[in-house]
Design a protein around this ligand. Sequence first.
Ligand code: NAD
Length: 364
Amino acid sequence: MNKIPITEIGPSEVIQLFFPVSNFHAIVVVDNTALGPSIGGVRVSPDVTVEEVKRLARTMTMKNSVAGLPHGGGKAGIIADPRDPKKEHYFRIFSQAIKDLQEYIPGPDMGSNEECMAWIYDEIGRATALPEEIGGLPLDKLGATGFGLAECAEIACPYAKIELKGAKVAIQGFGSVGKAAVKFLSEKGAIVVAASDTRGSICNPDGLDIKELMAVKEEKGSVIHYKTGTVKKCEELFLTPCDILIPAATADVISKDNVDGVKAKLILQGANIPATLDAEEIMHKKGILSIPDFIANAGGVIMAAMEYAKKSEKEAFDAISERIKKNTKLILEKTFNEKTLPRQAAEAIAKERVLKAMAYKRVS
Ligand code: NAD
């Protein structure tokens, strides 16, 4: 586990919310607010930890900074099963508990969606990625993050010596991000050869039919029911022979324990912190290009910030395309020119803006 120590950036607040009577336990971390009130998702998972939320909040500080947004980084975790029938109740308790924490603006994350954001908005009038009926830009429904990943791929492929048209893609996690990434990448000519969810992986080196895969997931609950493919274990997804690998589920899924089996030439980090730092170093030495989470998956938060600033859907998509393409190119140029890791290149750029903004703040 990569621990986030207290640094010159943050975290500024680490809050545990625990209401034993309601069996409710949540964590909120505000990492840094020098650029503005923090925006970050609410993860709902039975095993989300304080350390994980701290790392995710730091990722949001970096992501919002590089994306040029007037927002700092924060994150929350509700420790519960996302299918718990008391989910709405938990979200309403959560909302009231963070009502006065103005420096944190919630958004969706794994286990939460636009409906959950509508519950928060109903309680406290402060949330992003709202349903369109109440004036929002529903970023998961619109596929903002998946769209951004496909835009990122367009720039990154030549650096990894891949042709995007015809590139073979394997994707871990077939939720909001995974499905949208698959849709937008296949529109650019990529071929999806493997996909997974919590029940297992489905693989076919000749390509999976995207429409059918989505229908199977919708109707039967898992990609493993797709007919013309080989069903494998979840973790075998990472061993798939492919050009582009997209982790789009949980944290630390590429680690020193499985990195040697990774065959892709390009990793697009759809999930937040999907690879450990040592795994990123090993991949870099092996010539596998890994685009860090806060560059590749910034589409969602860019759309969230655009919604918060009352911009249109078109303005949001244009901003995602322009900013992700520009940043991918920027960090890859720095990576190759300075012979550094993509994450180091990206962090240097993100940190500079945060530290400059912090320098304008009153000291005491
Ligand atoms: P989601 O809940 O919609 O989907 C997650 C998917 O991952 C589900 O299909 C689930 O079955 C699958 N999954 C979970 N554990 C798995 C495992 N061990 N193996 C295989 N599949 C597994 O979540 P989402 O919104 O798509 O988010 C996915 C990741 O992307 C998270 O790390 C999130 O922080 C990150 N992210 C999301 C957004 C966004 O716009 N939603 C933006 C940036 C980053």
